[in-house]
Write a protein that binds this ligand. Structure first.
Ligand SMILES: NC(=O)c1ccc[n+]([C@@H]2O[C@H](COP(=O)([O-])OP(=O)(O)OC[C@H]3O[C@@H](n4cnc5c(N)ncnc54)[C@H](O)[C@@H]3O)[C@@H](O)[C@H]2O)c1
Length: 262
């Protein structure tokens, strides 16, 4: 499918995990992708993978939560790829599992800065460009942890709930402009961020138990989140804005304690 033919997309956090899988999927569907990451090696590796698969991509090493750098990444996407149609604000950080009563403002600031401010800056600078051209799709990576407790650190859950709210409020702020804003809420997916959980389960011979209480009875793959991102990026979702979509094997639909027998 070439649903993104002719589109130009920025993807942050694209040096690994969900962002990398999305760069590959977007390019496979015809988009030219500005691959944004913090590490030069990882960012260039994603670009090389996209090119090896016959796609078009350029690398950009930048901090997705630094205002001047986000402004510059929009400008370089326009200069290098000829425009900007999609901004996938996907960079994120998990925070620490310090007990709640011991947590510090610095720990909260760190998570808030990366997870919320990066989403805000994507909305601000992609929004300026896209409202002027009267079209565009902004996609924010939130988390299933934004909906319920115990799927991430406390700061992380709160920060991702703010991201869901931003998808709603920004979509409404862009009323009548043709610019859409949506959030994706992944469940547990094996990436750099969650590798420890999977490695520990494997060491104990308990890999099969990961996700076993969810309707799909497994963890997700980065490609499955990328597929939702590609849908929200393309014109198949032209009537979709202000929404938060869980891609989580159904975990957010249930209280994972027991199962009703069929
Ligand atoms: N893996 C999961 O189970 C899961 C579940 C729900 C949500 N998420 C979210 O998915 C997104 C992608 O994470 P992932 O799972 O692919 O993990 P990952 O660690 O592979 O990817 C996160 C990427 O973000 C980058 N990053 C962090 N801070 C940055 C910054 N300031 N500027 C630019 N890049 C920055 C990291 O370098 C990394 O490449 C994150 O927002 C994460 O919170 C992941």
């Amino acid at each position: 499918m070439n649903r993104l033919e002719g589109k130009r997309a920025i993807i942050t956090g694209a040096g690994s995990g969900i962002g990398r899988a999305s760069a590959l999927r977007f390019a496979q569907e015809g988009a030219a992708v500005l691959v944004v990451g913090r590490s030069q090696d990882n960012t260039e590796e994603t670009v090389a993978m996209v090119r090896a698969a016959g796609g078009r991509a350029a690398a950009c090493v930048a901090d997705a939560a630094a205002e001047a750098e986000v402004q510059a990444m929009v400008s370089s996407c326009v200069a290098e790829l000829g425009g900007l149609d999609v901004f996938f604000a996907n960079a994120g950080t998990p925070g620490t599992n310090t007990p709640l009563l011991e947590q510090t403002v610095d720990e909260w600031n760190e998570v808030w800065h990366v997870n919320v401010i990066s989403a805000f800056l994507a909305v601000k600078y992609a929004g300026r460009h896209m409202t002027a051209q009267r079209s565009g799709s902004i996609i924010l990576t939130s988390s299933a942890a934004s909906l319920r407790a115990n799927a991430g650190s406390i700061q992380y859950s709160a920060s991702k709930a703010a991201v869901n709210s931003l998808a709603q409020t920004a979509a409404n702020a862009f009323t009548g402009t043709g610019v859409r804003v949506n959030a994706i809420l992944p469940g547990l997916v094996e990436t750099k961020m969650t590798r420890k959980v999977f490695e520990q389960a494997r060491e104990r011979g308990k890999e099969g138990r990961i996700g076993h209480m969810t309707p799909m009875q497994r963890a997700g793959r980065p490609e499955e989140i990328a597929a939702m991102a590609a849908f929200l990026a393309c014109d198949d979702s032209s009537f979709v804005t202000g929404q938060s979509y869980a891609v989580d094997g159904g975990v957010s639909s249930t209280h994972p304690h027991g199962r009703i027998a069929l």
